[in-house]
Design a protein around this ligand. Structure first.
Ligand SMILES: C[S@@+](CC[C@H](N)C(=O)[O-])C[C@H]1O[C@@H](n2cnc3c(N)ncnc32)[C@H](O)[C@@H]1O
Length: 227
């Protein structure tokens, strides 16, 4: 990255960091979710929300704020999440059956929104990190199959790479629309993108819907632009 670009990146990083501190959000990631919601209208007042990979709780704060007092928010993470008023939390690994069961018990029905900001421990080769990230997304899809209401919405983070297609192929038959987006608060150099899926079809027998050739690719938006 050129020196000037790095400088711009650092300023942006610092900007969201300071803003998060000032507004008492637990993470800079909060701004990514706010920007996604502002653009794609994910939350409605009174919604119930599941947030996977929720620690330290920045997304939980945003979700709770946007669904309001009538809404219900449940966060899951491997790590402890400091309590947030009106938010239920579960410590556990969502890839394990017992965590999934605890989540189903806590939710006690269907939800309007499933979020996942889960990230694997970075450290392997990029392709390994990418594969792990896609695998976590597949678990988030499994959560949707179990708890998401018809017409529900899903936002999931993924590290870009050659397995993106397999993730999109899992999502397209399940939702009316699937879009890939990078919110302004994401670092320009970041390999992360968010897949925003709306209009859950909730068919038990998930069948590929008829997709016309020109509609096969998801719309790809980066930093507010579309291509
Ligand atoms: C980027 S952080 C999430 C930040 C959060 N959205 C916020 O705004 O505060 C990613 C989280 O995913 C969690 N995670 C990774 N794998 C997980 C798994 N299998 N089950 C549950 N949580 C997981 C990590 O522990 C980590 O806290």
């Amino acid at each position: 990255m050129a020196l000037h670009d790095r400088w711009v990146q650092e300023r942006k990083h610092e900007h969201y960091y300071k803003l998060a501190k000032k507004l008492e959000y637990r993470s800079r990631a909060s701004f990514k979710l706010m920007q996604i919601d502002d653009r794609f209208s994910i939350f409605r007042e009174g919604d119930s929300v599941v947030d996977l990979g929720a620690s330290p709780g920045g997304w939980l704060q945003v979700a709770k704020g946007r669904v309001g007092d009538r809404g219900k928010v449940v966060g899951v993470d491997l790590r402890y999440i400091r309590p947030i008023e009106g938010v239920a939390t579960i410590i556990g690994d969502i890839t394990e059956d017992r965590t999934m069961k605890e989540l189903l018990d806590t939710v006690g029905g269907k939800v309007d929104v499933v979020l996942s900001d889960m990230a694997p421990n970075i450290g392997g080769s990029y392709s390994t990190d990418h594969a792990r990230s896609v695998d976590l997304c597949m678990h988030a899809v499994a959560v949707c199959d179990m708890v998401l209401k018809k017409e529900g919405r899903m936002v999931v983070k993924v590290f870009m790479g050659d397995m993106m297609d397999s993730l999109v192929k899992e999502l397209e038959p399940r939702f009316r629309s699937v879009k890939i987006h990078s919110p302004p608060a994401s670092r320009d150099a970041s390999s992360e993108v968010y897949v925003i899926s709306k209009g859950f079809l909730a068919s038990r027998n998930v069948r590929p819907k008829e997709i016309k050739e020109e509609e096969k690719r998801p719309e790809f938006t980066v930093k507010g632009g579309t291509f």
